[in-house]
Design a protein around this ligand. Structure first.
Ligand code: FES
Length: 106
């Protein structure tokens, strides 16, 4: 299992676990992180799984694909930390990854 720390503005963190090989989005849905809607079920055709990756984790999490980059433009107030959580695969190297939930989704 891989740990994911969901960070909220002004609230306590939620720490959940997901299966290696699944996505941050799947870990969120399985643990009732309601701020991640994931309307398209992870097929990269919505932006309702938008999150920010903490600065100190960005390198390990990796880069966005061109397709993800295009879809992120549909999110509310994206920035350089933006990722679509369905595209972040869980693997041991990102155990404890810090994911910030956008204020627009809280
Ligand atoms: S769930 Fe739709 S793009 Fe991630």
């Amino acid at each position: 299992m891989v740990k994911v720390v969901f960070k909220y503005d002004g609230k306590d963190d939620r720490i959940v676990e997901g299966d290696e090989g699944s996505s941050v989005m799947e870990a969120a849905l399985a643990n009732d992180i309601g701020e991640i809607l994931a309307d398209c079920g992870g097929s990269l055709s919505c932006a309702t799984c938008h999150v920010f990756v903490s600065e100190n984790w960005r390198e390990r999490v990796g880069e966005r694909s061109a397709e993800e980059e295009a879809m992120i433009e549909m999110a509310v107030d994206p920035d350089g930390r933006s990722r679509l959580s369905c595209q972040i695969k869980l693997w041991p190297g990102i155990d404890g990854v810090e994911i910030i939930l956008p204020a627009s989704q809280l």
